[in-house]
Ligand binder design. Sequence first.
Ligand code: GLY
Length: 253
Amino acid sequence: MFKHAIVRKPGKNFKEGITSSKLGKPDLDLAILQHSNYIKALKKCGLTIIEMDADEKFPDSTFVEDTAIVNTDVAVSTNLGVLSRKGEELEIRRILERFHENIECIKNPGTLEGGDILKVGNQYYIGLSNRTNKEGARQLTKILKKHGYSCLTVQLAKLLHLKSGIAYIGDNNLIVSGELIDNPIFKDFNIIEVDKDESYAANCIRVNNYILIAKGFQKLKNSILNLRYKIIEINLSEFRKMDGGLSCLSIRF
Ligand code: GLY
């Protein structure tokens, strides 16, 4: 069970962040409203929220998930794979020190972002992307191995992050979209395929007794409801404009 979530409000320069989307500039007021609804949803799942103020130095810093990998045994501070985001991890590390005595760090030349890390029980999958390189994956594998976890790497072709296209929702159920659908590494899971026109929603999260999913993706919603999960839908239109998904907005542990 998760107990805590770290979140960070989008700042005034949110619209200056990195994006490849053609959906237009985000509306900051609406993004702040959507962010507060996201926090409400996490609270409904039973989490205590650690809410950080916006950091105006880093337009992408609301996407806190990329800055750390945390489970009950270990916390790892990442080394983000793009120059404009390097340094976001420092303040998060200070917070994690309240919960973990030793924080491990990914170091140059390794780069790694939390969006590329998928946990399934004691197994981690590490996406090799433009943000996470082989050396970052090697360092994380070594750290996690000390704590009894094993790691497998997944080469990505187009996805920003591994979890842009995949989510594990428990009970061997794996939500998968696009380039990951036929990847043999996931062949033993019960695969829930996401249609191309709903691929954004593949980035959903299981938080205790609920699945949190982006609002407006009826086919995936029905597939999850058919598996008898409880769902909370959240409108994330403004974060989507900045290439951000639902998982990116929190570190859950
Ligand atoms: N805009 C989120 C990212 O590129 O990391």
